[in-house]
Design a protein around this ligand. Sequence first.
Ligand code: 4AD
Ligand code: MG
Length: 459
Amino acid sequence: MKRTKINVLLRLDKPVGKVIIKGWIRTKRASKTFSFMEVNDGSCLKNIQVIANADIQNYSQIDTITTGTSVSIEGELVESPGKGQKWEIQASDIEIINIAPESFPLQKKRHSDEFLRTIAHLRPRTNKYGAAFRIRSEMVFAIHKFYNEKGFIYLTAPLITGSDCEGAGEMFRVTSLDPAQVKKQGKMDFRQDFFGRESSLTVSGQLPAEMFALAFGDVYTFGPTFRAENSNTSRHVAEFWMLEPEMAFCDLNENMDHGEELVKYLTRHALEKCEEDMALFSRFVDKSLSQRLDTIINKKFVRLSYTDAVEILKKAKKEFEFRVEYGIDLQSEHERFLAEQYFKSPVFLTDYPKEIKPFYMRMNDDGKTVAAVDLLVPMIGELIGGSQREERLEPLEKRMDEMNLPKNDYWWYLDSRKFGSVLHSGFGLGFERFLMMITGISNIRDVIPFPRTPGSIDF
Ligand code: 4AD
Ligand code: MG
């Protein structure tokens, strides 16, 4: 007989007779005549209760069952007289697969997030992290569903690259050179390296996505991206997943329309498809979560220019750690002030000074600002960063020269502006930041299975 998952059993509206479940013991209460066990198999938040009477074979072994022990249980699915559960299993055979001794760290009901981070390999077996990672999985599916229904082409952008899309120099080098050899020669000779030149892990799939948008119209890429920025904050990790749609014949306003539709769709999907797991977060993690998600779904996002935002921030009666002046790159404290306190809504900020944005953004007619857009959301700050792209060859080359970018390395990118170039736009949504927003989890390390941060690569 095949095992049935617990989420399937709990959804049944009539008993099905004999079943087999396999999973891990959460709790056990044993006596001489019978025992109760709560079993979880990760398929849902809820456990299923198992009752074993002393007359079953192996009953003597029940003593050895501890929290965390893996088991296979055969039994009859019956109506439960207990509160809060429809079904329970009357066991006929219990097989212990592997005992978890007392050193199994998840003995208590509650542990701090900090402690659980030190056992990231075991935390998926807790209620909170089980819920978080089921939601994460469902959201990956929702992203593909959203784009598939819209007829977007999915492109898997390469992870190893020869160009620095964001121009921030925060890249992890990829090399097959032997460190001992490098030391002997006193330098890294990239001509001798695997690709014959410097190469790195990508910070963004945008540049390849632009090439595909100029062939397929609407495309998206969604995958891991890497940043060697040494910022130890609750919103940065060195390896994170980014969703990047790129759309031909789409201007900055349509780009924002798309971002707003996407964020609303994904949020609604989480509430509908992950109801039980989402409820855990609004009950135990963040009491204001439901209201915040309601705002995201129902309120029209605010749109305003960087220049206007700076004026608001300068007039704000609030002490910021970083002083606000036109030209600064806004800090998370400024972004959160706008979204959380001033507008109480997600806010698209547009038209940033060219000096603080990458080379590929379209120059506005004022010659000073570019057609950039960031989406700022409560609790997080920047969730999305994007722009209308510079589709005109001359202004693009001019900007690359100003920024000292090696144009030769971008010959293929420049080609796209020579052969049938069209207006186009796109953005990147930080997937982990999105998960923080919808769960209320306040540290990015807790929404990614095994976080990579400065000085930490356990697991
Ligand atoms: O604003 P960013 O740097 O934009 C780009 O990389 C563009 N090339 C995207 C595009 O237009 N296709 O990054 C996009 C988003 C940010 O808004 C943020 O949500 C997330 O990626 N992000 C990070 N998330 C976690 N850890 C980090 N270190 C992040 N850096 C950026
Ligand atoms: Mg950005």
